[in-house]
Ligand binder design. Structure first.
Ligand SMILES: CC(C)(COP(=O)(O)OP(=O)(O)OC[C@H]1O[C@@H](n2cnc3c(N)ncnc32)[C@H](O)[C@@H]1OP(=O)(O)O)[C@@H](O)C(=O)NCCC(=O)NCCS
Length: 186
């Protein structure tokens, strides 16, 4: 089993844009080139309501990104967030970095939103398994979506029940990271 890797999570800055664009391409639908993705990131970090976080290791090497913005079209809640992107650089996948980014985004969402939505390639079992662990469920939507995509919805993030689940998942993650750090000693 690969050891989890603790990362620093911080807001994305202009200097992160090209690295994050390089490894984000597989997570973005359609034939979009790296330059276009980098331009999108540059615009996102200027938007006050966009949460754009990167995960870094060592001396600031960017290895993951999570990006979300407010949205209304996928659930009836007035205070919805759309999770637009979650991606970890391939050599670092499976080391709990995606989960740490998701926790940081959901923590921000819980400060004022009631619902989080996203769409994911229906064949992407790895991503779906992560989202389902955090309570996302498949939802039907009236508008046209690509046939290979599933809409996932996380409702009731302000409820006591959800906060309890989130707290437990977060604590389990922190425990695994702490144990991984100890395992480096000696
Ligand atoms: C999906 C992605 C963001 C997950 O990040 P990650 O750092 O690799 O995943 P983590 O190590 O944090 O794993 C967290 C959870 O994801 C799921 N998961 C991770 N790897 C998995 C695998 N190989 N098979 C099944 N589930 C897996 C599990 O639920 C896991 O929790 P567990 O360890 O308690 O079982 C990352 O793999 C990635 O960037 N993939 C390519 C881009 C992409 O698909 N993005 C999502 C688009 S919506």
């Amino acid at each position: 089993m690969i050891s989890p890797l603790p990362v620093t999570i911080r807001p994305m800055e202009p200097r992160d844009v090209s690295t994050a664009a390089r490894f984000s391409k597989p997570a973005i639908h359609g034939d979009v080139d790296q330059e276009t993705i980098a331009e999108w990131f540059s615009r996102c970090i200027m938007e006050p309501e966009v949460f754009a976080h990167v995960a870094t290791i060592g001396s600031q090497e960017v290895v993951g990104i999570g990006l979300s913005s407010p949205g209304h079209y996928v659930c009836e809640s007035e205070r919805a967030v759309i999770l637009r992107l979650l991606a970890v650089d391939e050599p670092y996948q499976g080391r709990k970095i995606g989960e740490q980014l998701l926790v940081s985004l959901l923590t921000l969402c819980m400060t004022g939103f009631t619902c989080v939505a996203l769409y994911v390639d229906s064949r992407n079992e790895r991503a779906k398994s992560l989202y389902q662990k955090f309570g996302f469920q498949r939802a039907e939507v009236s508008e046209d979506i690509p046939s290979i995509a599933d809409y996932l919805l996380l409702e009731g993030i302000q409820t006591v029940e959800y906060r309890r689940l989130f707290h437990e998942l977060k604590r389990a993650l922190e425990d695994r990271l702490t144990r991984a750090e100890f395992s480096f000693v000696g």
